[in-house]
Write a protein that binds this ligand. Structure first.
Ligand SMILES: Nc1nc2c(ncn2[C@@H]2O[C@H](COP(=O)(O)OP(=O)(O)OP(=O)(O)O)[C@@H](O)[C@H]2O)c(=O)[nH]1
Ligand SMILES: [Mg+2]
Length: 262
């Protein structure tokens, strides 16, 4: 739910990176942190275990610049993908404005992707949100790995309907990371329209139409989502061009248990 502060002309958006464990959620935030202008971003706070798994969440505040006279402050969060940490995921999802679902494109991760989508739907519904009316971007990550499933294969297996924003990415090298963020912010700003016309405090972030559910076993029929023309998305995130593909990337050695503030 975007928060409007009219006295200071500020607009806050909370975006949550969701998806299976080890899919690349934290890596997205690390890349954004490393490649956004220092004056535009806050500290990246991460609480991870020895094996790099997010134990609680990652949080990165980013100033996006001005949108219709309001400064836009993004609060980017990741959930922990480990199945057991569901209570934490529910807590982090509260008041979410837009979701980035990070898909792990490897064949062995397919079941985990599906499980995570179901879990996202359940947790959104538990807090009273309609999953089919929440701004959403599907990021097909780890496209650099040989043997990855193709995007059409993943789209079909995960039931991603037409109308959902999709981005291919290699978060490790930064491909598609900024476009994923921009696609999600754009949807949120489309919903807001003119911030000055919104009441002070929180407003709901709900799509005006109902798209097909991408959630297996969810709503089977699709209605078109009709949105107004997209507004200009302010700058602030610098996308670093990525070098040529370098083949399979092995995981770096796991650092010791850490609570990081970068
Ligand atoms: N090859 C490759 N590796 C990636 C990519 N994105 C992330 N990784 C690696 O995948 C591993 C897991 O990435 P994380 O970002 O920690 O995954 P996560 O989704 O935050 O995992 P949890 O915190 O357990 O939910 C790390 O070793 C990353 O370097 C990618 O696009 N390509
Ligand atoms: Mg993580």
């Amino acid at each position: 739910m975007p928060v409007f502060e009219h006295a200071t002309k500020q607009l806050h958006l909370k975006l949550v990176y969701y998806g299976p464990g080890m899919g690349g959620k934290t890596t997205n935030l690390e890349f954004l942190h490393a490649n956004s202008r220092p004056e535009m971003r806050g500290k990246l706070i991460s609480l991870a275990t020895e094996s790099e798994r997010t134990l609680f969440f990652d949080l990165l505040p980013v100033d996006l610049g001005a949108y219709r006279g309001y400064s836009v402050r993004l609060h980017l969060c990741t959930v922990p993908g480990q199945i057991a940490l569901d209570a934490t995921r529910r807590m982090i999802l509260q008041n979410v404005d837009g979701v980035v679902f990070v898909v792990d494109s490897q064949p062995l991760a397919l079941d985990a992707n599906v499980e995570s989508i179901r879990n996202l739907e359940e947790n959104l519904a538990l807090q009273g949100d309609d999953p089919a009316r929440k701004p959403l971007t599907v990021q097909y990550n780890k496209r650099d790995l040989p043997g990855s499933l193709s995007v059409p294969e993943l789209r079909e297996a995960l039931g991603v309907p037409a109308g959902v924003a999709e981005v291919e990415a290699c978060a490790r090298l930064g491909w598609g990371v900024a476009s994923t963020l921009k696609a999600t912010v754009k949807q949120c700003l489309q919903l807001i329209g003119n911030p000055a016309s919104r009441p002070e405090g929180r407003s709901p972030s709900i799509l005006p139409g109902v798209r097909a559910s991408m959630f297996p076993g969810g709503r089977p029929t699709a209605l078109e989502v009709r949105l107004p023309a997209p507004p200009r998305v302010p700058g602030g995130i610098r996308h670093v061009p990525v070098r040529a593909r370098e083949g399979r990337l092995e995981s770096e050695p796991a650092p010791a248990a850490k609570a990081r503030i970068a």
